[in-house]
Design a protein around this ligand. Sequence first.
Ligand code: PLP
Length: 392
Amino acid sequence: ELTLAQRVGRIKPSPTLAVTAKAAELKAQGKDVLSLGAGEPDFDTPAHIKAAAQKAMDSGFTKYTPVGGTPSLKKAIIDKMKRDNGLDYKPNQVLVSCGGKQSCYNLCMAYLNATDEVIIPAPYWVSYPDMVLLADATPVILETTAATRFKITPEQLERAITPRTRMIFLNSPSNPSGMAYTKAELVALGEVLRRHPQVLIASDDMYEKILWTDEPYSNIVNACPDLYDRTVVIHAVSKTYSMTGWRIGWACGPAKLITAMTDIQSQSTSNPNSIAQVAAEAALAGDQSCVEEMRLVFKARHDKLVADLNSIPGVRCLPGDGTFYVFPNVEGLMAKLGCKTDLELSDKLLNEALVALVPGSAFGTPGHVRLSFATSEKVLSGSVERIKALAG
Ligand code: PLP
């Protein structure tokens, strides 16, 4: 019998992609499924970005590029990090990857050892724990509740850090909770991290531009500039410019670490797609009005969806700070429908109401579900009606 590598036994396929697949299967059977599972904007990639890619292809820019990205895309990234985030990087501090996901993966592979612990606040992006496990290290999950708006506290962080802690993932605004840390909260977390110099910070800023808080966006380095040397910022064009399929993301951080991550990439995938790199450059350096247009649509959908969800008995939904997800508590609904777990509830909603969403357990926070509002108003209000009808 075929025996697989032990590391395969440690991980599971992405649960969010699994829900999408199950919904697609029902759709293929002719069922009218409303899907709130997707983790991608529903907009087309803006025309000027596609035009740049077209031009790149036509002019023969179709060959290998430097492994870590073209010099001109790196420049566009460096300019963006300076312009939007006030952070200075040199080209050897930037790695362009096949999506933010590959940057995260390269980071785990280049930095972690078998005895290392990595702190992951829950609810978390589904891939963090499994990437840590693939790198032979141990995820340490910090649970949160609605009482802290699904954010960790400095006390909680202090308690979780051990001599073996080597890294922490911070994702603000968060997939799946939609919550963003305020600058003051990041300052307080930074005070703890400052006391533990062995801990590297992975700041996943993927949803930076999909935000509607009163204060401007801050990541941990904006809040604590002295943590610059210990922080890797991970970002992508995927969510900001509706470019999930193009697969361009990046990491900025200490040159030694970025070089190691680039070496890992050089022995796995080599450079990201040459044409997509030109498109990403056009996105970052071009007109930014498309970003604001999409943000406003997401915000309007968010406001309506939160109000609608809170009108369903057994559902309690906090308004989020950004992203295109909400993460309501559904324990009341579970009790009402006789479901013991959020997994059971999600199955019931899919099979009986034909509404696809992702159970909170997939993100380490049971009793909740994640709904994506990267879909039309019609699908959103239809979904709420169906859940209401099932809830009785
Ligand atoms: N980080 C977070 C928090 C995400 O939600 C995602 C995408 O779902 C990624 C990283 C990866 O994005 P990309 O498509 O650029 O690989």
